[in-house]
Design a protein around this ligand. Structure first.
Ligand code: ADP
Ligand code: MG
Length: 719
């Protein structure tokens, strides 16, 4: 059943060639205990490895059950090792991270090995050891487990390389007795340098010297038996352990490794976690985008308006050192307002320039309140024709009623608070200031506002609450701490184009008084209801130069051009930190790359460590018929287990750090928004990088491993 024909094996290294086997021809029967003896270095192990398909001969042929092994595929060889061959080495027999039971289960189709192989377990006396780890049992016991495993596999041939090499004489004898017993039904080839013990048990002794067989002796009585058995028909063994079961076992081994070296696993995981959290934070900052931040913030805070202004930009000096110019806010025409409505796809509420100026009737001016920095401004930026639709659209609240006559007006809640702060001043210098406490105190009063160089009087018929965040800005009427300066600038920049600073007049006011409609200070639009929609609106506003806009002064020789600007409190806040963020984003981008490199090195190092750790077990698995690809699976499982843990933990921690970080940043800089946020980007980056890096991590050591013959893996494990 096993026949060698003119087998030679030459090991070639750079410096020298050594012939381990020299033209060996020998055949083995179906059963019997064959001992291969010879001095150390004579070629015994080499011979056994070739018999076990762990190594291939340099030349010559090996027939196993009549099949020429040279012609077999790698897969077929694995199958043979899996089904027909059992190995017992001096050591390197057991998967160290597996219990005895699991080591036996490795080659059994049944989990309950006590039931399926009870007799065998009893025969070998390992019943007590089933739940122990290999390192907890003696050398003799390990060998018996290895023998048991070879038999459970149903191996027809047992190949033993110095199986008693590390055992005391008593245990060595026991092992030989066991092997002798087995050899009644199976072929057992034992390599040993211990000629005395071997000759006591052997049915046949083959002696080799310098790679050549120098004697081959059968004991007389065994000669006949051997012939008989040789004629026995060859039984086909089929694969015992299914692929699925093997995959499950490999997963078990991979999971066990993680538990077995918890410190290493934890170190790797925690480091990767920290790096991933850093990367998340960095990418959140690096991926910062002005418009999407504005849109997200406006959406989440339900910002109620956009103010659209027309800006003119003029270059008055262009030198090699740069460009200097000016920027200003200019009037729009009715046609432009209509154009904007098309661009934004929404109605634009015009703020006409009429009555832009000072609110005269309030008893307050900055000079008389030097400590008050200017939350209360008496400036009015223009007039809006107030309608119920306007109020509903922006979600404002009207106290009182709509103005109906051209001499009636509604003031903003902000203006009311201004009166409450300063008092109402009736027309005429000698009149005393009247305190205003409630909105009703102001309703019915006559107020005077600018009209060109003259004044115009209105009767207040209502107060419109325009949802100004008084809590955020009200303090400015009392004090101005340095730390609150940001809020002050924010308010100041927005106030002049906000719905809080306009006079609300009757519907069709402009038409009724026959005023020119082409005098629009700015318009209000309602922000879109989705983040995407707001972004689109911002993009319209970002148009730097528009062909359909005439330059403000066609005769002007300077290079002037116009663009639209969308503004509100949030836009201001984002713009204010934009410069800082863009710089930070660049620096952070570089840092992210550095961290990613560190992570790659870490993962590469981890997996090359993992593979060298596993090399012993890989050897055991290979000799038990696990294929190269199944070994790959083991490492893939291990990478998956590690990665799953790291990915899940990193995503959770990133989300926490980013939301906490966002809150801290927001309050630290006194902003209305979170500049960084957790998005789909972070999980994508974490998963993507972990998959990429761990693939890379296992790939290189795996390729190295895959190139090796089983014998090389086993030798590596032995060292
Ligand atoms: P034994 O098992 O009888 O002690 P081996 O079969 O291990 O002997 O070795 C036979 C000869 O082949 C020795 O001279 C040894 O140095 C050489 N040899 C064995 N394995 C290798 C190898 N992987 N590379 C080079 N030489 C080897
Ligand atoms: Mg040897």
């Amino acid at each position: 059943m096993l026949e060698l024909k003119n087998i030679s094996k030459v090991y070639k290294s750079k410096k020298r060639k050594s012939q381990a086997l020299n033209d060996i021809s020998v055949s083995f029967g179906e059963s019997g205990l064959v001992c291969v003896v010879g001095e150390s270095g004579s070629g015994k192990t080499t011979l056994l490895n070739i018999l076990g398909l762990l190594d291939s001969p340099t030349c010559g042929e090996l027939f196993l059950d009549g099949t020429n092994v040279n012609e077999l595929s790698e897969k077929k060889k694995d199958e043979f090792r899996s089904n027909k061959l059992g190995f017992i080495f001096q050591d390197l027999n057991l998967v160290e991270s597996y219990t005895v039971r699991q080591n036996l289960q490795l080659v059994s189709e049944h989990d309950d090995i006590e039931t399926s192989h009870g007799e065998l377990i009893e025969l070998l006396g390992i019943g007590e050891l089933l739940d122990k780890l290999p390192k907890e049992i003696s050398g003799g016991q390990r060998q018996r487990v290895a023998i048991a495993r070879a038999l459970i596999k149903g191996s027809k041939i047992l190949l033993c390389d110095e199986p008693t090499g590390s055992l005391d004489p008593t245990n060595a004898r026991k092992i030989f007795e066991t092997l002798k017993e087995i050899s009644k039904q199976k072929l057992v080839v034992v390599v040993s340098h211990d000629v005395d013990t071997a000759s006591k048990y052997a049915d046949r002794i083959i002696e080799i010297e310098n790679g050549k067989i120098v004697s081959d002796k059968l004991t007389g009585e065994e000669r006949e038996k051997d012939r008989e058995l040789r004629q026995e028909g060859e039984k086909e063994h089929k694969a015992i352990v299914s692929k699925r079961r093997k995959a499950k076992q490999l997963f078990g081994i991979a999971a066990r490794y993680a538990k077995l070296k918890p410190v290493r696993f934890a170190f790797m995981s925690v480091t990767a976690l920290l790096i991933f959290v850093m990367l998340s934070l960095l990418t959140a900052i690096a991926s910062y985008n002005e418009n999407s931040l504005i849109a997200r913030t406006m959406h989440s805070q339900g910002a109620d308006y956009f103010s659209v202004t027309k800006q003119v930009y003029g270059v008055y000096d262009e030198t090699e050192y740069g460009v200097s110019g000016y920027i200003g806010h200019i009037k729009m025409t009715e046609l432009e307002a209509e154009q904007l409505e098309k661009d934004f796809g929404t109605e634009a509420d015009r703020v006409y320039t009429y009555h832009k100026g000072d609110l005269k009737s309030v008893s307050y001016d900055n000079n008389s309140h030097p400590s008050v920095p200017g939350f209360y401004s008496t400036t009015i930026q223009g007039s809006v024709e107030l309608t119920n639709e306007f109020i509903d659209k922006y979600g404002y609240t009207l106290y009182g009623r709509l103005p109906q006559e051209t001499n009636e007006a509604v003031l903003s809640e902000y203006a009311f608070r201004l009166f409450k702060f300063g008092g109402y001043m009736p027309d005429g210098y000698d009149k005393e200031t009247i305190p205003i406490n409630t909105r009703d105190d102001l309703i019915g009063k006559e107020i005077r506002v600018d009209r060109n160089s003259d004044y115009k009087s209105f009767t207040v018929v209502g107060i419109l609450d325009t949802n100004l965040d008084y809590e955020r800005y009200d303090f400015m009427g009392e004090r101005l701490d340095d730390e609150l300066k940001f809020r002050y600038s924010e308010f100041e920049s927005v106030y002049e184009i906000s719905p809080h600073a306009v006079l609300y007049v009757a519907e069709n006011y402009i038409e009724r008084l026959e005023l020119d409609k082409n005098s629009i200070a700015h318009v209000f639009i309602k922000p879109a209801s989705t983040v995407k929609g707001i972004k689109k609106q911002l993009a319209v506003g970002d148009l730097k130069m528009r062909d359909n806009l005439p330059p403000p002064n066609a005769d002007n020789e300077t290079n002037e051009y116009c663009f639209y600007k969308l503004r509100n409190e949030i836009v201001y806040g984002v713009k204010a930190v934009n410069a800082v963020f863009e710089t930070v984003a660049k620096v952070v981008g570089i840092a992210a790359v550095v961290f990613a490199v560190i992570l790659v090195l870490l993962i590469l190092n981890y997996f090359s460590g993992v593979i060298s750790d596993r090399i012993k077990d890989v050897g055991v698995l290979r000799t038990n018929g696990f294929s190269k690809w199944q070994i790959c699976l083991l490492f893939i499982f291990e990478a998956l287990i590690l990665s799953a843990f790291i990915v899940v933990a990193s995503i959770i921690f990133s989300a926490i750090v980013l939301s906490v970080g966002g809150h801290v940043f927001k309050s630290f800089f006194d902003l209305l928004f979170f500049p960084v946020s957790f998005s789909i980007l972070q999980p994508l980056i974490i998963i993507g990088l972990q998959v990429a890096f761990s693939t890379l991590g296992i790939l290189i050591p795996l390729i190295r491993l895959m190139r090796k013959k089983p014998v090389e893996i086993i030798n590596a494990g032995k060292q």
